[in-house]
Ligand binder design. Structure first.
Ligand code: SF4
Length: 316
């Protein structure tokens, strides 16, 4: 349930909490770095069998073990808001810590009864908005049939009305799918209509291994054009975003464990591993060679880049 802290491009050192098993989501995005959705559902329920007291004990231990956490982040193997206890987990964190809490959501559940209320105790909510209309929502996110574009936008508006923290939008820009200028102007219209409550808009690209082989990175110049159309709150998320960095000393066995833990979550490049875990590149290369040699991890190639991952069937 807990993982990290890992160093991420936008959240600095982030202690992750995964509230659903692999891979429970309302979407089956064509670019998903976790691969195909195995349980596409709108059902909200407990999903993880953990006693709240045990959660609190583990949380306190993790915070004490890692005095450099920038965010506690609900993310991971699917859509965290499908867990019907998310508000209780947020409350427990707020009771025990001042570290800001972030919820990373697909946005596909915001129109469901109770979801906005359940996450409004967080400090930051990042919402994906990859499509400017229902046709592209279906094409990119392949949602459950109960989810549609208008419902998502209504949910987002409710979030803007009821939530006092920061809201960021993320648009995954995919070449030939939503990187045309007509889509950019439609995104601009939607974002302007949502208003100033949207603090940042991130243009992301599928730099990691993605589910469908036809996914391509957009042209850098096109990204800049889209950023220009969307205006001042928009940022392009590059391979090396702005990250906070705090050094820590770890033993080799602990580093191997951290790498394996990261590779269980998502396929990552050598550079991503080094920056996520604040390690020297040569050190990572040696450990990866060792883990490949032992058969503990595998890799795939996307856009001429190797992405390492730990398949579920391989031993720990
Ligand atoms: S919303 Fe996130 S976890 Fe769900 S399919 Fe899309 S990218 Fe994957």
């Amino acid at each position: 349930m807990f993982y990290g802290p890992v160093l991420s491009r936008r959240f600095g050192y982030s202690l992750g909490i995964d509230l659903v098993p692999f891979k429970v989501c309302v979407y089956d995005c064509v670019y998903c770095q976790l691969g195909k959705t195995t349980n596409k559902t709108v059902e909200r329920k407990k999903y993880v069998d953990i006693d709240f007291k045990d959660f609190e004990t583990e949380l306190i231990k993790r915070i004490n073990d890692s005095p450099y956490i920038d965010y506690i982040t609900f993310s991971g193997s699917g859509e965290p808001t499908l867990n019907s206890d998310i508000s209780k987990f947020i409350d427990i964190i707020k009771k025990n810590s001042d570290i800001p809490v972030a919820v990373l959501t697909s946005g596909g559940t915001l129109g469901f009864d109770g979801v906005v209320d359940d996450i409004k105790g967080a400090d930051l909510i990042k919402v994906s908005l990859d499509a400017p209309d229902n046709r592209l929502l279906k094409k990119i996110n392949r949602p459950c049939r109960e989810v549609n574009f208008n419902k998502n936008i209504s949910g987002l508006k409710k979030l803007l009305d009821d939530f006092s923290g920061d809201i960021w939008l993320e648009i995954m820009i995919l070449e030939g799918i939503n990187d045309d200028l007509d889509s950019a102007y439609r995104f601009k219209h939607i974002i302007n209509d949502l208003g100033e409550g949207i603090k940042k808009v991130h243009l992301n690209t599928a730099v990691r291994y993605s589910g469908e082989s036809y996914i391509r990175l957009p042209d850098r110049e096109r990204l800049k054009e889209i950023k220009g159309i969307l205006g001042g709150r928009t940022y392009i998320i590059g391979r090396k975003g702005k990250i906070s960095y705090k050094e820590s000393k770890r033993e080799l066995s602990k580093i191997e464990e951290e790498i394996i833990e990261l590779l269980k979550r998502r396929p990552v490049s050598i550079n991503d591993i080094a920056s996520s875990l604040s390690l020297n590149l040569n050190e990572v290369i040696k450990i990866i060679d060792k883990l490949l040699g032992k058969g503990e991890i595998k890799y795939s190639i996307n856009e001429n880049m190797k992405y390492y991952f730990k398949p579920k069937e391989l031993k720990a």
